[in-house]
Every structure is written in structure tokens, then in C-alpha cells.
Design a protein around this ligand. Structure first.
Ligand SMILES: [Zn+2]
Length: 219
């Protein structure tokens, strides 16, 4: 099964990607994670990525496409995969379809769009804590770290992102929805988009997804 996950910040896409990864035993391919890892490795490529990210610019399509093409050439993707953070533009989606023409796992089966109400998103994001070192997310109420303001996984310091404030959250959601709409249209034409109500808990959303996969005869 080949899945693409879409959804605005705070819709629980990252959490669900992890649950799906464990439940379906399919590799979770997060472009955010790959980029962070490459920056940390300080390779020539990583330094290039770092420069782009620090300038605040989006990583160009060419570079992201190359990363995904290389990742999808690894044999652990032969039975399927979960894409998180890619594609982000219609051009990237077109490229992905091209890559998959010669891939053992075949085409994208479903594009899951995680949809949450603004109230829930604000609640999730305004309580979010991020590890400075490994990028892991926590939540003051929902997923508190064992040691206050320190990461459970690597011991790194946790912080609240500057853009996780209520007024900026509203703007980020609006910008996201506008920027993603050509991509959503692209997958609507292919009849692959499924909107998921992501206001529920991670466990409940997973149950909805499992039922969906059965209905679509993917499980
Ligand atoms: Zn950490």
C-alpha cells in the first residue's frame, strides 16, 4: 500500500504517520526528517540544505525530488511506503507519479487529507514542544515529556516554536490551505483523496483509517 499524507500543521499528520508505520509495517518517509538528518551529518549535501533552510527559503523541487527518488530506490519500499511532507506541490506530485512508473510497489493508492477544526489545531499547536536536537514533538498536556522541558529520546532541550502562537497559527493554516489546493485538485482528479476527520484522538483516527483501508480493499 502506498500512501501520501497531507494536512495542515497541527492536524496530527506526523503522529498518525508513526502509528501507521507501526501498524502497517511500511517505511515512514518524512522529508522533514531526511533533511534534518542530512544537515546533522554535515555532508556536502547537508551543508547545502542547511544554507537553504537558514535563508528561510523552501528547499527547491529538484533537490527534494532527488532525495525522494533515492529513498524510493531502497528495497524496504518495495511493498509500499508512507510519504509525509512530500509531495508538497503539484510539480512534485507529477514527478512522483513518474518515479513510480518503474517502482515495484506501483502507483499511489490513497492520499489521506487530515482535516481538523481551527479550535483543535490551536489547542494542539499552542501546547506543542519541540526538541532542539532531534526534532521530536511533545505536548504540554497530551504528550508531556518525562522530564520537564527535556526530550525523552535524546535528552535535548525542548522549546516552543515562535510560530506556534494563536494569531500566527491561524495565518499558517490559511497559507497552507491556499498553497496546497493545486495539489489537492491534482489528486481529486485521480480520485485518490480521502478526507479524514482528525479532531479525534490518534487511536480513533487510526481505527477510521483501518476501516477505510478495508473498504478500499487495501488490507
Ligand atoms: Zn530529542
Amino acid at each position: 500500500m502506498n500512501l501520501v499524507l497531507l494536512g495542515p500543521p497541527g492536524a496530527g499528520k506526523g503522529t498518525q504517520a508513526k502509528v501507521l508505520n507501526e501498524g502497517l509495517k511500511l517505511p515512514h518517509i518524512s522529508t522533514g526528517d531526511i533533511l534534518r538528518d542530512s544537515v546533522k551529518s554535515e555532508s556536502k549535501f547537508g551543508l547545502e540544505v542547511k544554507k537553504i533552510m537558514e535563508s528561510g527559503a523552501l528547499v527547491p523541487d529538484d533537490l527534494i525530488n532527488k532525495i525522494i527518488e533515492e529513498r524510493l530506490s531502497k528495497p524496504d519500499t518495495n511493498k509500499g511506503f508512507i510519504l509525509d511532507g512530500f509531495p508538497r506541490t503539484k510539480a512534485q506530485a507529477v514527478k512522483l507519479d513518474e518515479i513510480l512508473k518503474n517502482h515495484p510497489a506501483g502507483d499511489i493508492d490513497l492520499v489521506l487529507y487530515f482535516d481538523s477544526t481551527l479550535k483543535v489545531i490551536i489547542d494542539r499547536l499552542s501546547g506543542r514542544l519541540v526538541c532542539r536536537n532531534c526534532g521530536e514533538n511533545f505536548h504540554i498536556k497530551n504528550v508531556p515529556p518525562k522530564k520537564e522541558m527535556f526530550c525523552d529520546h535524546c535528552g535535548g532541550e525542548l522549546y516552543q516554536r515562535q510560530d506556534d502562537k494563536e494569531d500566527t497559527i491561524k495565518n499558517r493554516i490559511k497559507v497552507y490551505e491556499e498553497s496546497i489546493s493545486p495539489l489537492v485538485e491534482y489528486y481529486e482528479k485521480q480520485k485518490k483523496i480521502r478526507k479524514i476527520n482528525a479532531d479525534f484522538s490518534a487511536k480513533e483516527v487510526y481505527e477510521v483509517l483501518t476501516k477505510l483501508f478495508k473498504d478500499e480493499q487495501l488490507l
